[in-house]
Design a protein around this ligand. Structure first.
Ligand SMILES: Cc1cc2nc3c(=O)[nH]c(=O)nc-3n(C[C@H](O)[C@H](O)[C@H](O)COP(=O)(O)OP(=O)(O)OC[C@H]3O[C@@H](n4cnc5c(N)ncnc54)[C@H](O)[C@@H]3O)c2cc1C
Length: 384
């Protein structure tokens, strides 16, 4: 088959690798508008569950990637300086560029060329391909130019976030909440390299406007964030990588393919960064599409129909959890002042509706006991 893939992010790269590994006679090529040695952002995280899925799907790739990860068995919630560790939430992280560089090497070794600094602008460029994969990220033009055909919805969420880094090496994945006169500031931070951490700052739209971020320069924005989180940064600077305030687009598509063009990864659906699953979902999409072709051979319409039918149920579950999670952050201006540190940590744990009290007890008995001390009505409840 002649397969052309637009976008060399985790989704496009991994799909290319899987297809080529199965059948080296496939003619596969990727086009990527960015350069080989640069990307946006800093590190990305994978939850332990996400890595277990990768291990189950592809032990080979799991072994190839995981030596490059930083890992911690627990996360922490910091409420105005009080730290509450939360067990039972293991995470690993890696620099986004490092992950991509490893994947570039992996697919190129299999004989798949990647044309960097090449922007695809029209599907006509791929008229002779059997399959065209739109793996070109959350702002995919392949999707946006065909919204009616794909049945696309894009729900722009109100919170603002900016993806920074810092030289401080944090010990675990931590969510730091700081109340200020302007509103609550949240930093999602984690080490992804011995001397680097991601430091993503998130605020509600109301706080963002009160703080005057809409009128600040990039340097003023960075200094303002450094001032809010000075006690947490302990003298380390915040680092920018063309960092700008963004809002999160929650993307969904009713139809995942149109003719021989299929969407994959963030182009197909986005998942809020707070559940650490965007990269995992992108890679699982690739696994599912590859499985559909393994089952259907070169019958492209059958494979694309099978892809959506098989992939929809598990993917929708995570998408729903991601949307529940992002809505929790949208309530931070009310939650943080109203809750104690333990209650905030508990609220965080149960925010997606997938973890109930029994599950908190199982994952972190200490947190469950501390919460029960504040809410005795829960203490005697049996674990279902
Ligand atoms: C602030 C933030 C933090 C995040 N944190 C995490 C995290 O901690 N953990 C996690 O798992 N995920 C995280 N994500 C999400 C994660 O980055 C994405 O879910 C993941 O990268 C999706 O992979 P993808 O291959 O679908 O798309 P992308 O990684 O976006 O790749 C798409 C590629 O397509 C290329 N492209 C676009 N248009 C064209 C064109 N016309 N021609 C050629 N190439 C094109 C782009 O340059 C890009 O390289 C985060 C996202 C954001 C915004």
């Amino acid at each position: 088959m002649k397969i052309r893939i637009v976008g060399a992010g985790p989704a496009g790269l991994y799909f290319a690798a899987l297809m080529k590994r199965t059948d080296s006679s496939h003619d596969i090529a990727l086009v990527e508008r960015g350069p080989r040695d640069a990307t946006w952002g800093f590190g990305v995280v994978f939850s332990d569950r996400a890595l277990e899925f990768l291990r189950a799907d592809d032990e080979d790739l799991y072994r190839y990637l995981t030596p490059h990860f930083e890992s911690w068995p627990e996360i922490a919630i910091v409420h105005n300086g009080t730290r509450v560790p939360v067990a039972g939430n293991g995470f690993s992280s890696i620099g986004r560029l490092e992950l991509l560089t490893l994947l570039y090497a992996y697919v190129e070794r299999l004989g798949v060329p990647i044309r960097f600094e090449t922007e695809a602008t029209s599907l006509d460029e791929f008229a002779d391909a059997d399959l065209v994969v739109g793996a070109n990220g959350a702002f995919s033009w392949i999707r946006s130019e065909n919204e009616a055909k794909f049945g696309t919805t894009v729900d722009w969420r109100p919170n603002r976030f900016i993806w920074y880094g810092t030289t401080k090496a944090f010990n675990s994945l931590t969510l730091t909440f700081r109340e200020t006169a302007l509103g609550v500031f949240c930093a999602h931070h984690y080490r992804y390299h011995p001397d680097r951490s991601t430091f993503l700052v998130e605020v509600t739209d109301a706080t963002w406007r009160r703080a005057g971020f809409d009128r600040m320069s990039a340097a003023e924005t960075l200094s303002a964030c450094e001032r809010v989180f000075a006690p947490d940064l302990e003298g380390h600077p915040i680092l920018s990588n063309n960092s700008i305030w963004r809002q999160f687009p929650a993307v969904w598509n009713e139809r995942w393919s149109v003719g021989n063009v299929v969407l994959l990864g963030d182009a197909l659906r986005t998942a809020h960064f707070s559940i650490g699953s965007g990269t995992r979902l992108a890679m699982e999409d690739a696994v599912a599409l590859h499985k559909a072709f393994t089952a259907c051979g070169d019958d492209v319409p059958a494979a694309l129909a099978r892809f959506q039918a098989e992939r929809l149920p598990p993917m929708k579950k995570i998408w729903d959890a991601a949307n529940a999670s992002l809505r929790w952050y949208e309530r931070m201006d009310e939650l943080v002042p109203a809750l104690t540190p333990v209650e905030l940590a508990y609220s965080y744990m149960t925010r997606t509706g997938r973890v109930d009290h029994a599950e908190v007890r199982r994952r972190d008995p200490g947190l469950a006991r501390a919460f029960e001390a504040l809410h005795p009505e829960l203490a005697g409840r049996p674990i279902e």
